[in-house]
Design a protein around this ligand. Structure first.
Ligand SMILES: Cc1ncc(CNC=O)c(N)n1
Length: 217
């Protein structure tokens, strides 16, 4: 199912994973102020991502079978996120970004509100896991692109790209995708329709999120 969606919504997917900010990082001509804007805004997003992951974990625990490893996979995500929050603090101090002073921009606020809406117990596990997979995969694909052989990514940005572009994160995304596909195989038509719409929303929010770094409010 996810393969069908990726094919069907290719343009939007490419828009989210090959944004001009990613191209600028990859080509070595990123404007550092755009990077700093992204860094500060993403820290706010990542903090809002914590209760979202926690809600997915609860859904997995309630709905997945014992022989599936859903809870372990998601717990791996929680662990990575814990690390990530420390990394953001360290990285922000390296770039002189004051995290306590950051005001979330409109696109970020809307994305965080969307995440919060997905934490509701009424949102099915299938829908939530599809959103989770899509959110993680956009970052994985985007930053992996900046680490390809012919990229000219500045050395001081390599660590950022490694964070989401590394092989371990790719494998984790693949595990999430397998869970999503398994859930979709057994889902009602209604849940499938909702999950597809949610997938599209994630891609749209991700594009808007990148857009913030070139001056949106
Ligand atoms: C806007 C956005 N989307 C996805 C991610 C990656 N997930 C967790 O870190 C992220 N950090 N920020």
């Amino acid at each position: 199912m996810t393969e069908t969606w990726l094919r069907k919504h290719r343009l939007l997917y490419v828009g989210a994973t090959r944004h001009s900010l990613i191209h600028a990082i990859r080509d070595g001509n990123i404007d550092i102020s755009a990077f700093k804007t992204w860094l500060g805004q993403d820290y706010i997003f990542v903090r809002a991502f914590v209760p979202f992951i926690a809600s997915v974990l609860i859904k997995a625990w309630k709905e997945s079978n014992d022989r599936d490893n859903d809870v372990e996979v998601i717990l791996g995500g929680v662990s990575a996120l814990n690390d990530e929050i420390s990394w953001f603090k360290k990285e922000a101090s390296k770039w002189g970004v004051q995290l306590s002073n950051i005001v979330p921009q409109k696109a970020n606020q809307e994305y965080c509100r969307f995440l919060e809406s997905l934490t509701s117990p009424e949102v099915e596990y299938t829908v939530a896991i599809v959103a989770f997979w899509a959110i993680e995969t956009v970052y994985q694909e985007s930053f992996a692109h900046c680490l390809e052989e012919d990229s000219k990514t500045a050395p001081e940005l390599k660590e950022t790209c490694q964070r989401w572009g590394n092989q371990g994160f790719a494998e984790y995304c693949n595990s999430l995708r397998k869970i999503a596909d398994r859930q979709l195989e057994n889902a009602s038509d209604d849940a499938i329709t909702k999950a597809e719409a949610t997938f599209l929303q994630v891609l749209e929010y991700e594009v808007e999120f990148w857009n913030m770094s070139h001056g949106g409010t």
